[in-house]
Design a protein around this ligand. Structure first.
Ligand code: SAM
Length: 322
């Protein structure tokens, strides 16, 4: 069991499998800021599996695959299949922009993936292009339908709310839960990344987002699946759920159970801290699995008690894994 020095049980590892992406979301990486990591720096699937196996042997129970866009990495389904077979793993999930999901959902299901989160900030094709750089909304909507058709449950939709950009769509996005068994999660815009896109003027606190959603009817607390940071509710007569994630106005550091692995093998203890432990030398040098385990344990020891918002981490989201 992995317990950090603040008594938190660490059970969750988010693995960024690539920094590459088929979108250019303005808040994640500006068009000019694209400098992909060289291939040789990115962990191979064998190396990734080695780390994941060690993590699970130490007590990690949940793995989320993210990026960049995981579905653009070659043979991604084979990675899912290999991870899903590791004894001790209880939950394997994916965060994707959904563009390639209609193509891969069936194979991902067969490969043993349990859950999918799909990022969607708008239902307006023009706005989608403004926020995400390309007009791919139709592909994302097809991806959501395919995920539901394949029986993924829950299918969560992650929406970053930005004042003046997509706040006018909060109700339309919330209404998706009336007819579809999806969980729409409204997320506060975070000051992460060196694209310097975050500005106070875009920020909308969860309390305000929730008030808007309540215009559709009273929100009834719903049973949560998993122990994540979202507060979950349902609208009357809805078959889906609505979640709120207040990463800024209400931190959940005392319950934080997660670690992050970057595509080039750096283990990060906190999204809001640039402190990392480089695991790649333990895979490419003359080290044993025992050394890798020790490096992992050292990382846990250094997990900060609380996040710091006084600075913006230098890595952009696509390289940390959001
Ligand atoms: N490509 C995948 C996707 O789009 O879901 C996975 C990577 S993406 C970085 C993961 C999530 O991080 C997305 O839901 C995205 O909206 C969110 N994200 C990126 N930058 C953010 C920010 N500054 N504040 C809040 N969420 C952010």
């Amino acid at each position: 069991m992995l317990i950090d020095k603040h008594g938190r049980k660490i059970t969750y590892l988010r693995v960024s499998v690539t920094d590459r992406c088929n979108l250019r979301c303005f808040y994640c990486s500006s068009k000019d800021a694209i400098a992909w990591l060289p291939h040789e720096e990115i962990l191979s699937y064998e190396e990734l599996l080695e780390i994941v196996k060690v993590a699970i042997s130490l007590g990690i129970e949940k793995i989320r695959l993210t990026g960049g866009e995981p579905l653009v990495r070659k043979d991604f389904v084979s990675l899912v299949a290999a991870i899903s077979k590791i004894p001790g793993l209880r939950d394997l999930s994916l965060t994707t922009n959904g563009i390639l999901l209609a193509e891969f959902a069936e194979d991902l299901k067969k490969a043993g993936l349990n859950r999918i989160n799909i990022s969607l900030d708008t239902l307006d094709p023009k706005k989608y292009k403004t926020i995400c750089g390309y007009n791919k909304l139709g592909d994302v909507l097809r991806g959501i339908d395919k995920a539901l058709e394949m029986g993924f449950s829950p299918v969560k939709i992650n929406t970053v709310v930005m004042k003046g950009l997509n706040e006018d769509e909060i109700l339309d996005l919330a209404k998706l839960t009336i007819e579809r068994p999806v969980e729409v999660r409204f997320i506060e815009f975070m000051p992460v990344g060196d694209g310097a896109a975050w500005e106070e003027k875009y920020f909308m606190p969860v309390a305000e987002i929730k008030k808007r959603v309540e215009m559709l009817g009273p929100l009834v607390p719903a049973q949560k699946i998993g122990a994540g940071p979202a507060r979950v509710y349902t609208l009357p007569n809805a078959c889906g759920k609505i979640g709120f994630i207040s990463a800024i106005t209400e931190h959940f550091c005392d319950k934080c159970n997660r670690l992050r692995l970057t595509p080039e093998g750096k283990l990060r203890m906190c999204l809001f801290s640039d402190e990392e432990i480089d695991l790649k030398p333990y895979l490419r040098g003359n080290f044993s699995r025992k050394d890798l385990k020790e490096a992992f344990l050292k990382a846990i020891k250094n997990k900060p008690a609380k996040r710091s918002l006084s600075f913006s981490p230098h890595r952009i989201m696509r390289s940390i894994g959001g």
